[in-house]
Design a protein around this ligand. Structure first.
Ligand SMILES: C=C(O[C@H]1C=CC=C(C(=O)O)[C@@H]1O)C(=O)O
Length: 450
């Protein structure tokens, strides 16, 4: 991921310095699904393993209070520098997809992924089919043969593309009638082994490496999820295998370091092109698009409203800039601020902001209702947040997009698009197809899919 402004300084929390010996490549190599959490951001990477304590998924107090109490107890029980790490679903009250937040038993940290050594993030979209983009020692950002090779998937869209187009048209109609200003509508792809169940085990560590290499400046994650609860006649029953939330999100919900906070909302997107001139032109078209600027402005307004009461200073650039991933251009605004009250943690900030109109809409309640009406599946953790928070309140929370839920040998991918009054159903379908490519490429699927 590349931004037009300078990247953040590497962030290795003071208390973690004794643990920083690891190189990010070692952390990626050590990652194994089940009881582990990998996160790489422009500020640093971490690999957390094991569970020392869990934040109660339900309770009489708000989730942010349960997080603070779990951290306090861990400290009181002798943990030196405890962190809470995990995933919060789109709807934090979703009983099928409860928040999964733990104090891990161990945390290893490393400096950020070396963007300059892995140059794909600086280039226009690399088309792996183009011989010029074949992996070479000098260009290791491209898929390494055997790393992300071979599709071998049976792909099922949910809903069918025409159903998604109809949903977008319906949302535009409702907006025309003044019901709401913006809604984010998503769809999903189910990937199963083409040879049938059990014929091709998922290699999540390989996919994670492919995601990290393709977008070294992004937020790459592989997070443990709770076992699925089945509600049968005899009550909840758990599927014993691990489930993993894995992806490479370009969007920082919020980070806090001392009293300094940063948020980097994105909204307004276009697929990148392989031809550099066309790629540049697309970015400029996005920057000039009145529809996309409106879609973006709605998000900035909401975030400013959420953060202003918590900040002594808040700097919100008047104009969006362009941010690029390996596959997409986005409108981006890097917001910085100084907290009014140091006891407000990164998780408190994230809860105050979530869900932003980059994933839900505005007004929030109406958008949420329309999503429930028009999307034929539960989002679960998609469009929630993943991240960590330490006992001093520092931390990073990432918007859970460009991701998949992995279970046994199948994957469920998700992608959404912001809909406003001027949205065109075909263009929104194409935008979601382009967003799927972040994960499809890591899964070895190289042709665009609807
Ligand atoms: C909901 C997604 O993207 C959001 C983040 C960036 C740009 C977006 C857009 O342009 O619509 C979306 O708001 C997704 O990637 O699934």
């Amino acid at each position: 991921m590349q931004h037009t402004t300078a990247p953040a300084q590497p962030w290795i929390p003071r208390q973690s310095r004794p643990e920083t010996a690891a190189h990010v490549a070692d952390l990626l190599a050590a990652y194994r699904p089940g009881g582990s959490w990998f996160l790489s951001t422009p500020r640093g990477a971490l690999l957390a393993r094991g569970v020392r304590a869990s934040v109660p998924a339900t309770g009489d107090t708000p989730l942010r209070q349960r997080v603070a109490e779990t951290l306090r107890s861990a400290r009181a029980a002798g943990a030196d520098h405890p962190i809470v790490i995990g995933a919060v679903p789109f709807d934090p009250d979703d009983r099928e997809h409860p928040p999964h937040l733990v104090v891990p038993a161990s945390v290893q940290r490393a400096l950020p992924l070396p963007v300059d050594e892995w140059p794909t993030g600086r280039r226009p979209l690399t088309n792996p089919a183009d011989p010029a983009n074949r992996a070479t020692p000098a260009n290791p950002g491209n898929p390494v043969p055997g790393e992300a090779a071979g599709g071998g998937w049976l792909v099922t869209p949910d809903p069918a593309p025409e159903v998604y187009r109809a949903a977008v048209a319906e949302a535009v109609r409702r907006m025309g009638a003044g019901e709401l200003e913006k809604v984010v509508l998503s769809r999903s792809l189910r990937l199963e082994p083409a040879g049938g169940p059990g014929t091709a085990p998922l290699d999540l560590p390989r996919m994670l490496r492919a995601l990290a290499r393709r977008d070294p400046g992004g937020h790459t994650f592989a997070f443990d999820l709770p076992a699925r609860a089945h509600h049968g006649a005899t009550g909840p029953r758990a599927y014993p295998g691990p489930r993993t939330l894995i992806g490479a999100s370009p969007e920082l919900l919020v980070s806090r370091h001392g009293t300094t906070l940063t948020a980097n909302p994105l909204a307004g997107s276009i697929a990148r092109a392989t031809d550099p001139a066309e790629d540049h032109a697309r970015g400029q078209r996005l920057l000039a698009s009145a529809k996309d600027r409106h879609e973006h402005a709605v998000v900035i307004r909401s975030i400013t409203e959420a953060l202003s009461p918590l900040c002594a200073e808040l700097d919100v650039p008047a104009e969006p800039s362009l941010l690029r991933t390996a596959t997409m251009w986005h409108l981006s605004t890097r917001i910085t601020g100084r907290l009014a009250d140091r006891t407000v943690s990164s998780f408190d900030l994230a809860c105050a902001m979530h869900p932003t109109p980059a994933v839900c809409g505005r007004p929030t309640d109406r958008a949420r209702r329309l999503i429930g009406e028009l999307e034929p599946f539960e989002r679960g953790w998609f469009t929630g947040m993943v991240g960590w928070c330490d006992a001093d309140g520092d931390g990073e929370w990432i918007v859970t997009i460009r991701c998949a839920e992995a279970e046994r040998d199948s994957l469920r991918l998700f992608a959404g698009a912001g809909i406003v009054v001027g949205s065109d159903p075909d263009a929104e379908l194409a935008e979601t197809s382009a967003k799927f490519r972040t994960f499809l490429l890591a899964a070895g699927v190289e042709r665009p899919l609807d």
